[in-house]
Design a protein around this ligand. Structure first.
Ligand SMILES: Nc1ncnc2c1ncn2[C@@H]1O[C@H](COP(=O)(O)OP(=O)(O)OP(=O)(O)O)[C@@H](O)[C@H]1O
Ligand SMILES: [Mg+2]
Length: 454
């Protein structure tokens, strides 16, 4: 297994080397194709200029004397061209190269040609006279051209070496800038694996994805730490919920058995209450696991939420009155949702009982129902003890009860809101709680409005 820095370094060198190689190959091909075409056409116009020059010299007096031939030879030399001049009888009168075979027919142009190395083009000058101009087949044959090619390729070689070198420098820079956060994230992940959530450190990175990854890992650590905390608390809470009623029942029964107490109907009713409490706790837990397993079947139909809420509030009125509290409504008429009446009833009863439990005498609870953006919005607002900010994120966890409410010995089990949340979500709705210590609590439930397309 290779370390990421090593791997990146290799990729870097490979990429820079292959790009230099590619540039070398492509530009050599380019030079050969495009540059050759360019040079050839330049040569062709030079050749025409030589032919034209020869014609001009001839037309001056109809003859090419020694002087003219020398000028032509000189001109051809400056143009780096081979020239063979034939007169009207096809006899070679000038050649810039020595004849190849001195024994053969020296006048024959073939003796002055080297078709292996040169390609020849013919032009006419005067009647029946031919000027043959030869050019090297290899375009880079002339030494300045060859040098040019060699220099270019040498530059490529230097750039290959330099890019390797730069690649190595960059590799180190990458290790610093780019890899440091990755290693830090890796360390954080290890700490999480070992359960050392407190040791997870902040990671700074200017790379967006890494920054997001570091943030997610950090949030994950906080979440896991909270979950662990909640799990411990849950065990303690369950033990507490079970222990209190059981020890009450046990101590009463012992007292009856020992003959210390008479089992009067009042005392027996108290025991029955405790057992009822336990049974309801077990029922709630059963309900919850049933719902969370996704097996809960909701009997969905069109429901007038305005009427349902009004009925429930009517049921609560005597309880509020008895506690010297008020509950009042602000309703939109005929707000229809698609839902399970019994389950929605359970949701509302849970939230209104919380509002009743966690408020002081003389308080007011306001229930508002309105339509908002294709949704039915139900707001239950109380001015009670409120929920501390530190407890707020956990109130939907099973058995979670804030210390504020524990102190009031309201007898809550801490399951109500857990059930409410899973029921609201089963109705494709959302629930939101805003609160603060001593500031009262506002619960907002949004459910999709009934529509015929459902
Ligand atoms: N309106 C409210 N005002 C203040 N605190 C509240 C309110 N509603 C809920 N809470 C806090 O949230 C906790 C969880 O509420 P939840 O309804 O789940 O449990 P509970 O009321 O304690 O018990 P039960 O399972 O019987 O409903 C409560 O214990 C309380 O601390
Ligand atoms: Mg409750």
């Amino acid at each position: 297994m290779m370390r990421i820095g090593e791997k990146l370094g290799r990729y870097f060198s490979l990429v820079s080397l292959s790009s230099v190689l590619l540039i070398t190959v492509l530009s050599n091909i380019g030079m050969n194709v495009f540059f050759t075409t360019y040079l050839r056409s330049a040569q062709e116009s030079d050749d025409q200029a030589i032919a034209e020059y020869t014609r001009e010299l001839l037309s001056e007096d109809g003859l090419l004397d020694e002087q003219d031939l020398m000028s032509i030879e000189h001109y051809a030399f400056t143009m780096k061209a081979e020239v063979i001049l034939e007169d009207e009888e096809k006899k070679v009168i000038l050649s810039t190269r020595e004849p190849v075979d001195e024994n053969g027919n020296i006048d024959d142009r073939v003796n002055y040609m080297d078709p292996e190395t040169f390609s020849y083009r013919e032009y006419s000058y005067g009647e029946e006279r031919t000027i043959i101009i030869g050019r090297s087949k290899s375009i880079f044959s002339a030494s300045p051209d060859r040098n040019f090619l060699l220099t270019i390729n040498f530059i490529y070689l230097v750039s290959a070496v330099m890019s390797l070198f730069i690649g190595m420098l960059l590799k180190n820079k990458i290790k610093g800038n780019f890899l440091r956060p990755i290693y830090a994230i890796q360390d954080n992940a290890k700490r999480i694996e070992e359960g050392k959530y407190q040791l997870v450190e902040d990671v700074d990175s200017d790379t967006m994805e890494l920054d997001e990854l570091a943030g997610s890992i950090r949030k994950m650590a906080i979440r896991l730490e909270n979950q662990e905390e909640l799990r411990k608390r849950l065990t303690a809470d369950i033990a507490h919920e079970l222990r209190t009623p059981l020890s009450t029942v046990n101590s009463h029964l012992e007292a009856f058995i020992d003959g210390v107490w008479e089992p009067t109907p009042d005392r027996l009713m108290l025991l029955q209450d405790e057992i009822r409490r336990l049974t309801s706790l077990i029922k709630d837990l059963g309900d919850l696991s049933y719902m969370e397993s996704g097996q809960a079947r909701l009997v969905m139909k069109k429901i007038n939420l305005s009427e349902l809420t009004a009925d429930i509030m009517e049921g609560f009125e005597p309880l509020f009155l008895a506690d010297d509290k008020t509950i009042h409504a602000d309703f939109c008429e005929d707000v229809f949702v698609f839902g399970d009446a019994d389950r929605l009833n359970q949701v509302l009863v849970n939230i209104i009982s919380n509002a009743l439990k966690y408020t002081d005498q003389g308080s007011t609870v306001a229930v508002t129902l309105r339509k908002r953006k294709e949704q039915a919005e139900l707001i239950i607002k109380d001015d009670g003890i409120g929920i501390d900010e530190k407890d707020l994120p956990y109130i939907f966890e099973r058995f979670y009860r804030s210390d504020l409410s524990r102190n009031r010995s309201t007898g809550g089990k801490g399951i109500g809101l857990t059930i409410v949340k899973s029921l609201v979500e089963a109705h494709k709705g959302t629930i939101r709680v805003e609160s603060g210590r001593g500031k009262g609590t506002t619960v907002t439930i949004a459910l999709p409005l009934y529509s015929t397309s459902l």
